[in-house]
Ligand binder design. Sequence first.
Ligand code: FES
Length: 167
Amino acid sequence: TPDKLGPVPGDILVHAEGEKTGQPVSVAELERNPVRAYPQGKDKSGKAFLRQGDQQTNLVGISKFPETELGTATNKQAAPQGIVAYSLVCQHLGCQVNWRNADQTLLCPCHSGDYDMRNGAKVLGGPPPRPLAQLPLRVDGDNLVVAATFLTPPYGVAEGDFEQYKQ
Ligand code: FES
């Protein structure tokens, strides 16, 4: 079902938790510490639904950095105004990663997988075999919209299943 598949262009990003759960993420509220969000799609009748993905693989963290801080591994076309979004599900065994302000990384609580949030979510340490998947965004007024499907497979999606997952 579409809620289990990957985000598609035109989905908006909504808060995944907290007081603002279900509300659109606004550009103005973004900072380094990532906002946790889900893509929200619309079904054929125009009704909104959360596209959480299988095992919540579509949970993304959205951060805004000064553009000059973003490293070359970041797909900058996918990061308008220095705004980046990555799947928060660790590529090792699927735990959810947490923001670590001290070194601006996403750290996995399970086996210390460490990802560089400012540089393509590259693996800095630990067992993860590949970077976290980046989700391309575009800015629409004060809201964030999915500009394209995940650039690489998020956790739990095999290379061979990626095309189907992307829809
Ligand atoms: Fe994240 Fe093992 S699940 S490092």
